[in-house]
Write a protein that binds this ligand. Structure first.
Ligand code: FE2
Ligand code: FE2
Length: 474
């Protein structure tokens, strides 16, 4: 098991104290990170004690400790999953060879770009969510928001460690720039589109943690297969934390639906205006938010056919999520079929090499995973005796990246004219009215155990505490 230094200025299990140069470089970056947190992190809750989990090791059991901490005192550390002795490359042209402890020169710029892109999403989401604390529907939710925020901060540390440890001066410069781009900034935006979307309500927050953090999960799973072992070990541990973020999303959306169903039953209606007047979010509006965040997250996987993705796979840079479950780990001459626009308003199949289709394979795995929650929510709706079913739109709907970028389709993926799309858009995606309504419900609730009227309480509290626990001392 790895040695954990929790007393150090930067808690770590990477023997930082034995590498003075690296330690100094990271200790130099630390104040810049803290001032970024101060400026761009959750606003106005600085001195408040929050019941947070902190990573203190990488053991499957007992990797975290819980306690009250003001967020700026959070112990952001560097933790890599334990080294697997004799680990071999599990896919691509170098399959079966020893994994790399350093980045090979010829892949240096590729790895750097991938690590920077991943790293950029972590602080971006903190920036997107910085004002949400003011409208939290309960102390329980407020605490979960802050938990997600501090862990995204730690994920930034994870990527910055790799940049500092393996990419020399370039890496240090990239680490600084990670604090200089900001979500939604016109001049210096974050790298990926979804991470520049405004986040001003909790329904969007739950959608983001369900759909966009899940994209993160699949990116991390692909990196966890990498031949570059430090990257694989870093991302494997990040996945442990990421699970909670998706839990926040899944239970958050589930609680919104549960509350709406309760009021539908009480008032014996599915009339949107009546339900809105009663202060809950009607199910069609929940579906629209789902359509928005799901499709926005689909773009993050990149184009359906991609020679970059093929290179990542061939060269052992990035595998498929859970590579072991695929039959062929080399895919030398294999082919697959993707759906593309036929240029005549229809859809046709196009055969591409499997290596070129890695983004699409990963995206389809993601869609399957997204559907797990929908099945659960739909079961609840059925049990309530309500005739409504959530459905994820087609991967062709509202795309801005790839073969289907800017091709208007129905949510089922049927190509239509721009005029037809424009006429139906307000049925499929949140309108300004929908957003204004959802925002009108966002009122802060701070009494322990109390919930805002639009959301049901969670089934249980955090770390075996009561729902009524004082998760944040305001
Ligand atoms: Fe993250
Ligand atoms: Fe996350």
């Amino acid at each position: 098991m790895s040695n954990i230094d929790l007393q150090a200025l930067i808690p770590n299990n990477v023997h930082l104290a034995e590498n003075r140069q690296l330690q100094r470089a990271l200790e130099h970056w630390q104040p810049a990170f803290l001032s970024w947190w101060d400026e761009m992190g959750p606003s106005d809750f600085k001195a408040k004690e929050v019941y947070l989990r902190t990573a203190v090791g990488v053991d499957a059991q007992g990797w975290a400790s819980y306690g009250y901490t003001p967020m700026p005192d959070y112990r952001w550390g560097i933790f890599l999953a334990d080294k697997e002795e004799n680990r071999k490359i599990g896919f691509g042209d170098f399959m079966g060879q020893d994994v790399w402890q350093d980045v090979p020169g010829e892949y240096r710029s590729t790895f750097r770009r991938l690590i920077v892109t991943q790293g950029d999403t972590e602080p971006a989401s903190v920036e997107q969510q910085r004002l949400l604390g003011h409208t939290a529907p309960s102390l329980y939710d407020l605490r979960n928001l802050f938990q997600v925020n501090v862990e995204e901060g730690r994920h930034l540390w994870a990527m910055v460690y790799l940049l500092h440890a393996h990419f020399g001066r370039d890496g240090r410069e990239e680490a600084e720039e990670l604090l200089e781009r900001h979500s939604g900034d016109v001049n210096k935006p974050r790298i990926l589109g979804t991470f520049n979307e405004p986040m001003d309500n909790w329904l969007s927050f739950y959608m983001f943690t369900y759909f966009t953090d899940r994209d993160g999960k699949f990116q991390l799973k692909s990196f966890a297969e990498s031949a570059f072992d430090p990257l694989a070990r870093t991302t494997r541990f990040m996945l442990t934390e990421e699970a909670h973020h998706m839990f926040v999303g899944e239970t958050g959306i589930g609680r919104v639906i549960k509350r709406t169903l309760e009021v539908m039953k009480e008032l014996d209606t599915d009339d949107v205006a009546t339900l809105r007047k009663a202060g809950v979010i009607d199910l069609p509006t929940v579906q629209k938010f789902m359509n928005f965040w799901f499709t926005s997250s689909l773009d993050l996987f990149g184009s359906e056919a991609s020679s970059n993705a093929a290179n990542y796979f061939s060269n052992g840079i990035k595998g498929r999520p859970d590579e072991a479950k695929f039959a062929d780990h080399v895919e030398l001459d294999t082919e697959m079929t993707i759906q593309v626009p036929d240029g005549k308003g229809g859809v046709k199949g196009e055969v591409i090499s499997t290596r070129n289709g890695m983004n699409e394979i990963t995206r389809l795995e993601y869609v399957k995973d997204c559907n797990v929650g929908l099945t659960r929510w739909n079961m609840g709706i059925k049990r309530a005796g309500v005739a409504f079913e959530f459905k994820l739109p087609s991967t062709r709907f509202r795309r801005q990246v790839g073969m289907w970028a800017n091709v208007p389709t129905t949510p089922e993926g049927q190509p239509i004219s721009q005029a037809e799309y424009d006429a139906m858009k307000s049925q499929w995606l949140p309108t300004q009215d929908d957003i204004t309504f959802v925002k009108s419900l966002m009122q802060r609730v701070i009494e322990p155990g109390k919930m805002a009227g639009w959301i049901a309480p969670p089934d249980r509290g955090i770390n075996a505490q009561q729902v009524e626990y004082e998760y944040v001392k305001l």
